[in-house]
Design a protein around this ligand. Structure first.
Ligand code: HPA
Length: 252
């Protein structure tokens, strides 16, 4: 019997089509409330717990998400593995709109976010190992699921997390590239680190929805109207991969 897969949906994924919803549960945690009720359901006959990172009406900005409550609520509900779906801007060659990447590394440029459970007088100072921020076995399962689903994905990448909510300047993207980033988004951290602090497996499906600022067709600016169209079709492919993942997991 496998534990339910946790899925945190980002922009464009506030609901999982094909998820047979069994119940929704509003949860509280010692860290406050997550972005919305947890949605319990079945995907391809396997138990899944879904949460929309920005709220079901997409009202919570990346820097305002209560990441600690989100990850805590997932763990409390019995989840041992989380797949995050996140939209990103592409920096690296070949990472144009519509491409899906399974990142293997992360950079953190965020500030002022509550980013650890290990603080306060009652908690011992704890330094988690974060050499490999994404859980390799879950990354491999996602890659297998993509292959079986017939969806082409880029097998690795470095996700730079910026504070937002504004997009970056062209010079900032140049700096991210010099730092080794191949994509940029606003929610990768502290989510990945918090999952590690709670001993949860964590991996991401990053959907490239635009060229990062100053690149490709974003040389003169980023057009949000274009993003919406790309998101819709790419998210459908991300869902397909997630369906493959739960089926694959059920047999492992
Ligand atoms: N920058 C930061 N976050 C993003 C982007 C971007 O270009 N596209 C989607 N999320």
């Amino acid at each position: 019997m496998t534990t339910p897969l946790g899925i945190i949906g980002g922009s464009g994924l506030t609901q999982l089509a094909n998820l047979a919803v069994t119940r929704r549960e509003v949860v509280r945690t010692p860290y406050g409330e997550p972005s919305g009720a947890l949605t319990f359901g079945e995907l391809q006959g396997r138990e899944v717990i879904f949460l929309a990172r920005h709220g079901y009406g997409h009202t919570i900005a990346p820097h305002e998400v209560n990441y600690r409550a989100t990850i805590w609520a997932m763990k409390d509900a019995g989840v041992e593995r989380i797949v995050s779906v996140a939209s990103v801007g592409g920096i690296g060659a070949g990472l144009g709109p519509g491409v899906i990447v399974i990142p293997h590394q992360i950079l953190d440029y965020t500030w002022g976010r509550r980013s650890t459970y290990f603080e306060g007088p009652e908690r011992p100072v704890t330094h988690i190992d974060f050499t490999h921020p994404y859980t390799e076995s879950l990354r491999r399962s996602l890659l297998d699921a993509a292959r079986v689903a017939g969806e082409t994905v880029v097998a690795d990448g470095v996700y730079a997390t910026t504070q937002g909510p504004r997009l970056e300047s062209a010079a900032e993207v140049d700096r991210l590239e010099r730092d080794g980033a191949t994509m940029v988004g606003m929610t990768g951290m502290p989510e990945a680190a918090l999952a590690r602090e709670l001993d949860l497996a964590y991996a991401a499906l990053a959907v490239v929805v635009n060229h990062a600022a100053g690149r490709g067709d974003s040389r003169e600016g980023i057009r949000l109207e274009d993003i919406a169209t790309i998101l819709e079709s790419a998210i459908a492919r991300a869902r397909h991969i997630l369906e493959g993942l739960v089926v694959h997991d059920g047999h492992s």
